[in-house]
Design a protein around this ligand. Structure first.
Ligand SMILES: O=CCCCC(=O)O
Length: 473
């Protein structure tokens, strides 16, 4: 894919970039290494100051950066502004809590015959971040805020369709006053990732993206024995039981499925509804989906903008057509919007069966697949049969059902009476083919630190004194 800004609302190519040649990439890695030499010695408080300054820069740049994201990948302007706000909040969160997370953790020195023993989290160096276009600012910040707080330096290989946002992120950290080259954007295609990851000067990598991209990065990293964190696809279940507030569950279902124009790894994609309430929930869900305003993402009243790429819309169309060919029913939507841009109508499908491609894959667009089930156990069993295990949602007032869901659902995140959302204050990540490792909180921060065990014995002088004292007793 060319490195270019192509407006998904019009299909117009606005700006193209030549990828950085290999020697320029090598030179930037060298600069990152130099930056790390000094940056690792800065105090957590200094880094917190720069993170706070970055949040202030974002506040000031909100309108410009939000418009840039809308132009590059088509999310609505309201969603883009909310994303900028979330990034500023995340930066401030790690500025406030990061220093405490990095305090040495004392161990039981007496139990190990030491005078002092503790664990100290030290930065590991240059971390490569391979990031997707769907939350072009937040996904990068979800990595950068804890990683920079910990004293690492970052190299960002962003998705090829958001080059201007990628360049803005480098500028953001520069404007915030971080030392030079602590965070650099590499405008390169995905083929360049292997070379960067194999470079001895790069310590680790994080990737948010597709399962195939994750497999590729994990296998290269395995070959050179480097740490990786992978946040891959999701096909989150959304289970609705008879005790749920159906109207609220349907309202949130619409947001959970259509957020970001349906293009989120943590979007609810498979809806399991108990037979007793299936008809009513389906009616409410379809009614609310079809009421969504689809259109120009810059317009204030738009709720669903275009898909980010032409090929992305073709994929969605293929999944829906395949399901319909194999017997699924389109309750609402099921078609593109005529005219320029890559718009697709919010869609509800029922009658989904295992033969359909969307059953075990991820549909990256506003398409909800609904199953009628007879019990929570049945819902969880079908949900768990999917290769992904990122987030999961349950709507129920029943304590026993909640406990069963939390215990049995195979997912990195379980949300009850709400929709899966990332918060700077909560760990984020999945299991199975959704990846491994965690982002955010101290768990995320520690992924890219060396948890160094420190054991300090008594000083020789003390030992000698102790020996003399006991000899004279
Ligand atoms: O595609 C993944 C979306 C994650 C969004 C988030 O972190 O909120």
């Amino acid at each position: 894919m060319a490195i270019a800004t192509i407006n998904p609302a019009t299909g117009e190519t606005l700006k193209t970039y030549e990828p950085l040649p290999d020697d320029a990439v090598d030179e930037r890695i060298g600069r990152a290494v130099e930056a790390f030499r000094a940056y690792r010695l800065t105090s957590p408080q200094e880094r917190a100051g720069w993170l706070r300054a970055a949040a202030d820069v974002l506040d000031a740049d909100t309108d410009a950066v939000a418009e840039l994201m809308v132009t590059e990948m088509g999310k609505t302007l309201a969603a883009a502004k909310a994303e900028v706000g979330k990034c500023a909040k995340g930066l401030r969160y790690y500025a406030e809590h990061g220093p405490a997370m990095l305090e040495p953790r004392p161990a039981d020195a007496g139990a190990v015959g030491a005078e002092d023993a503790y664990v100290v989290h030290q930065p590991i160096g240059v971390v490569l971040a391979v990031m997707p276009w769907n939350f072009p600012l937040w996904q990068a910040m979800r990595f950068a805020a804890p990683a920079l707080m910990a004293g690492n330096v970052g190299l960002l290989k962003h998705a090829s369709n958001v080059p201007q946002t990628a360049l803005y992120i480098e500028e953001l950290f520069r404007k915030a006053g971080f030392p030079a080259d602590v965070f650099q954007t590499l405008l390169v295609g995905s083929k360049a990732v292997e070379r960067v990851l194999r470079d001895d000067r790069v310590a680790a990598a994080t990737l948010t993206g597709s399962a195939p991209a994750g497999q590729s990065v994990a296998s290269i990293a395995g070959d050179v024995l480097k740490k990786t964190v992978l946040e891959l696809g999701g096909s989150d279940p959304y289970i609705v039981m008879p005790s749920a507030d159906l109207d609220r569950a349907a309202e949130v279902a619409v947001t959970a499925r259509c957020q970001n124009n349906g293009q989120s790894c943590i979007a609810a994609k498979r809806f399991f509804v108990h037979r007793d309430v299936a008809e009513e929930f389906t009616r409410l869900f379809a009614e609310k989906l079809s009421a969504l305003v689809v259109g120009d993402p810059m317009a204030a009243d738009t709720q669903v903008g275009p898909l980010a790429t032409e090929s992305g819309r073709e994929d969605v169309e293929r999944y829906v057509q395949d399901a319909v060919d194999k017997g699924a029913t389109v309750v609402t939507g099921g078609e593109r919007v005529d005219g320029p841009g890559w718009f697709y109508r919010p869609t509800l499908l029922t009658g989904v069966t295992p033969e359909m491609d969307l059953y075990a894959e991820e549909v990256f667009g506003p398409v909800a697949a609904l199953w009628t089930v007879d019990s929570l156990e049945e819902a969880v069993e079908i949900a768990n049969s999917h290769p992904y295990g990122l987030g999961s949602n349950l709507w129920s007032e029943d304590e026993q059902e909640r406990a069963t869901f939390i215990r049995d659902v195979q997912a990195g995140m379980a949300f009850v009476n709400g929709m899966v959302t990332s918060y700077p204050e909560l760990p984020f990540g999945g299991v199975k083919q959704s990846g491994y490792g965690r982002e955010l909180t101290e768990l995320g921060m520690y992924e890219f630190t060396n948890a160094k065990t420190v054991w300090i014995g008594p000083r020789s002088s003390q030992q000698a004194e102790g020996t003399t004292a006991s000899a004279s007793e």
